[in-house]
Design a protein around this ligand. Sequence first.
Ligand SMILES: [Zn+2]
Ligand SMILES: [Zn+2]
Length: 462
Amino acid sequence: MASNPGPLYEWPWEKMGSFKYLLLAPFAVAALTGNDDEDNWATHMLLMTAIRYLIAQFFISVSRIHAVTKHTRIQANGIEYKQIDREDNWDDFIILQVYVATLVHHLPYLGYSGFPMYNNQGLWHLLLFHVGPAEFLYYWLHRALHHHFLYKRYHSHHHASFVPEPITGSVHPFAEHIMYTAVFAIPLLGPFFTGTASISMFYAYLIGFDIMNCIGHCNFEFFPQWFIGIPGMKYLIYTPSYHSLHHSRVHTNFCLFMPIYDHMFGTVDKSSDILYERSITGNSVPVTAPDVVFMGHGTTLTSAFHAPFIMRSLSSRPFEEQWWMRLFWPICVMFALIMRLLGRSYINDKHRLRGLKLETWATPAFVIQFLFKSQWPWINSKIEEAILEADKSGVKVVGLGALNKNEALVRTLGSSGHNRKLPRVFLTCTFFRMEAESCSSINTQNYEFESYMGTLSLLRRF
Ligand SMILES: [Zn+2]
Ligand SMILES: [Zn+2]
């Protein structure tokens, strides 16, 4: 939230809550009842919207899978729950752009309709209108938004996220998105005036734009050194670490996607190249072992939605099964089967508490599997693997949570064929099992918290 919100700060549909998605209903009705126009406009708008959500979800998932990101993280700090809440309505701009494009489509005389599906020349025109006017105007609009008058009224909302996540790129007040939409309309209107417009340019521009925006905010570096080493490349395309500096240092690296404008106008951060090198080589945030690992597991099959890399917003709240999750039950069953066949314990989330580094790991099993004795050897082997891995990496305490510490199960730990004595961390977790015996609930959030408290008190004894 900006310190002094200006006019049109709030989105017009803010008070509608989740009912805002009804704004897309007229498009669905037109598409499904055969009342779409000759351009199949409503169908394209819906398809494009679906693709935009899928792109965002892809980047949300990848950026939160620690096995993928841990070696090239840019900023060490995690994301706080209040940031997740503040960014919950990151998708408002998708609805806005559907309506603005539809408005232009129906404008009388402008005739922003009746174009072919594809025009190769038009896509080149689109690119030229983007790298020229759109990037240039965005750069100066962004500089203006950093003037304290506009910054405290609007743009500080975006900068409240010091550590960005992929969808942070689209989190701005309504008035700011109106300004951006006006600038980003130029590459789409340009081909129209050169007579080369096509439906495909909407897909190319909006999808390309979203991908670049997610890249800039994903907080892990992945552009290969050979690619950035191509002469001139670092002026043409930004990297995740480049825009990360705009969030951590605020008044440098203003460009949209092309650093050339920062180089031209002297606003490139001097540490951009250094941070890129440090991030891509794993030296920006070196991988270190946590102090404490708490091992939970899935509860119901739909509890998979609670994983941070599946649903960012649900993972920040205590898990509650909602009706719509049951629609995804077949996918959840498939997920459980894949975990059964290929799964191993994984890092679910990382936290910091009282100066200690904590990690929640998850056994790749759901409650239903714990009910079958035939599954215990497999579950045990996964828990053992995790304990051995934690010990090897220097973890001080492992706490077993929920059914992972089921007495019948724990008694058989160490018998799964690992020809190694389970290490000292194991002793602490059986001890911890007794410590935490009173926590019978398997409600993940409360349980984790109580267990963490138990584990922390334990840690102090070592
Ligand atoms: Zn900014
Ligand atoms: Zn940003």
